[in-house]
Design a protein around this ligand. Structure first.
Ligand SMILES: NC(=O)c1ccc[n+]([C@@H]2O[C@H](COP(=O)([O-])OP(=O)(O)OC[C@H]3O[C@@H](n4cnc5c(N)ncnc54)[C@H](OP(=O)(O)O)[C@@H]3O)[C@@H](O)[C@H]2O)c1
Length: 226
């Protein structure tokens, strides 16, 4: 039974990833920052719930230690935040501490997670990180969301570097855009339903081969320009 780790799995896209992989027969390790508040994970059978606050390097190290010796086929770095109030990551003002926290969660934690679990990743394993189209330099014609956009552009660069550096180990790294999705982050006006986004993401991940490593791909298979 293949094993997948999903971070930030107590709600939103992460919860649905855990649900769909479990339904498909995968062994699922679903992490959430507060296991006393596992959200929708309590409704899922056959899912192992582990604590993990991804903004803590020590917590990531502890989690990796708890996984020692367990082969991992797929790591999904899903946990993410929008960052400070949008007016405080705009031309009208910058929340400095909020910006740094956004970088820590969205840009640094996926890299730390991948490195911490490097020995667990089997040859041919995949590491899928939830980036965002908002991190595309090419497609930024509308401005705003400085911290969020910067964090996703930064994680994309980390993924490109890891893709090159882990090529020999046979690990496939992907930066994924889930669409604009009806979650707490995306809001009710978003056009994409959570199950549809996740079904698409799973298809993209399953289809990815070594030549796709280091690519930026949307849930519908579209290649996103950096
Ligand atoms: N929704 C969209 O339209 C959209 C578009 C593009 C990209 N994305 C990306 O897709 C991913 C999932 O988004 P979503 O829409 O499902 O977001 P969401 O509904 O806001 O859920 C975010 C998840 O991340 C977890 N999280 C946040 N900070 C964390 C931390 N420090 N440690 C551990 N877990 C943490 C949250 O846990 P708590 O419940 O404890 O806060 C929650 O489980 C994110 O990376 C997001 O940037 C989303």
């Amino acid at each position: 039974m293949p094993l997948v780790i999903v971070t930030g799995a107590n709600r939103g896209i992460g919860l649905e990833l855990a649900r769909q992989y479990a339904a498909d027969g995968w062994q699922v390790v679903a992490t959430c920052r507060d296991t006393a508040k596992p959200g929708g994970l309590t409704d899922l059978a056959n899912v192992e719930i582990q604590p993990l606050a991804v903004d803590s390097a020590a917590a990531i190290a502890d989690f990796a230690a708890s996984m020692k010796g367990r082969p991992v086929d797929l790591l999904i770095n899903n946990a993410g935040i929008m960052g400070p109030d949008l007016s405080r990551q705009s031309k009208d003002g910058i929340d400095v501490a909020g910006w740094l926290e956004t970088m820590r969660v969205n840009a640094l934690s996926p890299i730390l997670m991948t490195l911490a679990l490097k020995e667990n990743l089997v040859p041919g394993a995949k590491v899928a990180t939830l980036s965002s189209q908002l991190g595309s330099l090419t497609e930024n014609g509308s401005g705003g969301m400085y911290a969020y956009r910067a964090s996703k552009a930064a994680v994309n660069m980390g993924i490109r570097s890891l893709a090159a550096d882990l090529l020999e180990q046979g690990i496939i790294l992907l930066a994924l855009h889930p669409g604009w999705v009806q979650t707490d982050m995306g809001g009710p006006q978003a056009p994409v339903r959570i199950p549809d986004s996740v079904a698409g993401l799973r298809q993209v991940i399953a289809a990815a081969g070594p030549t796709d490593s280091g690519s930026f791909i949307a849930f519908d298979g579209r290649r996103i320009p950096w």
